[in-house]
Write a protein that binds this ligand. Sequence first.
Ligand SMILES: C[S@@+](CC[C@H](N)C(=O)[O-])C[C@H]1O[C@@H](n2cnc3c(N)ncnc32)[C@H](O)[C@@H]1O
Length: 342
Amino acid sequence: MSCPISAVSQMLERNQALFVGKRLLVCGALEDDYPRQLATLAQSLTVFTTDYCYYRSQQAALGEAILFDHQLGGAPRFDALLLLMPKAKAEAQYLLAMMTPLLEAGADLFLAGENRGGINGADKLLAPYGDKPIKRDSARRCSLYHGELSKPVAPFNLDSWFGRYQCKAGETKLTVLALPGVFSAAELDLGTQMLLATVPAMKGSLLDFGCGAGVIGSVLAKRNPGLKVTMVDINALALESSRRTLAINGLQGEVHASDVYSDITGSFDQIVSNPPFHAGLKTFYAATETFLAKAPEFLRPHGSLTIVANAFLRYQPILEAHFKRTEVSNSDAKFKVYLSKV
Ligand SMILES: C[S@@+](CC[C@H](N)C(=O)[O-])C[C@H]1O[C@@H](n2cnc3c(N)ncnc32)[C@H](O)[C@@H]1O
């Protein structure tokens, strides 16, 4: 089934002569089937995504042409890069630093995105790699910039991209490592802080759903020796951050990609989460609603789910419909912590 393509892709479509015959690398905020069209125009196409949800939606059609990871390495082999502007500028900088060593000298650099998403800062983003890019097109509140790789590129050094901070959740101190654009990359979220101050001692197994930089799973692993921790997220940068956060604190845990429960097998004694939300974006609500409604299927008898959410989000009726007991175990003007038991 084909879905409508985004405004950015519609603008790219009318400029697609630029991609004909290229060895093209595409990355960034991918959201539709348009890369399949590019595959028919380019000499070769590689799509790199950090979004597991997008990867799963395109994998059957693109096969080995789509890769999901936090990093892509190897020798220079592409002569064009198309970066779809991610929400966080720091993530765009990260992707450019990682991708440009894979480009041959003189390669085309294309940056496309919505005007409200910061695409008009493309000049500054591309400045370390080439001379002033030109604006190729502007339509449907989107813009396409085109530059050329004309400056020498440094090898990509993943380690230098991790932000690091110390946090204290209750009595537990933790060092957090996070790649650009990962939730709570610079400081502990206030909701997560309230959740970690509320959640009781635990044993057995824990699923940290939507682990971000791995704060919840790591703090609970540190507080509860012997706890078997599994962390999942859809974001490859989050997953690598969680692995690093565990490692730097000397903790153990299993970390892997999952779109809600797509890659979860088995069941847990506890699920703890600060689940994804974004006011106005239905997809996030849908993922979180499925996460809450199906949680009992992934919990052992007497298992519990503890989540924190913005007080305005109406999760209580969903929890009450799917769990035997639900209580608000902590709250303030902004957040509520819900504890539900199967
Ligand atoms: C509010 S953040 C919480 C991060 C971290 N647990 C913390 O408390 O700092 C929610 C996380 O859920 C992840 N996420 C979004 N949609 C998801 C999905 N469908 N399946 C799994 N994780 C998802 C996001 O990438 C993000 O890292």
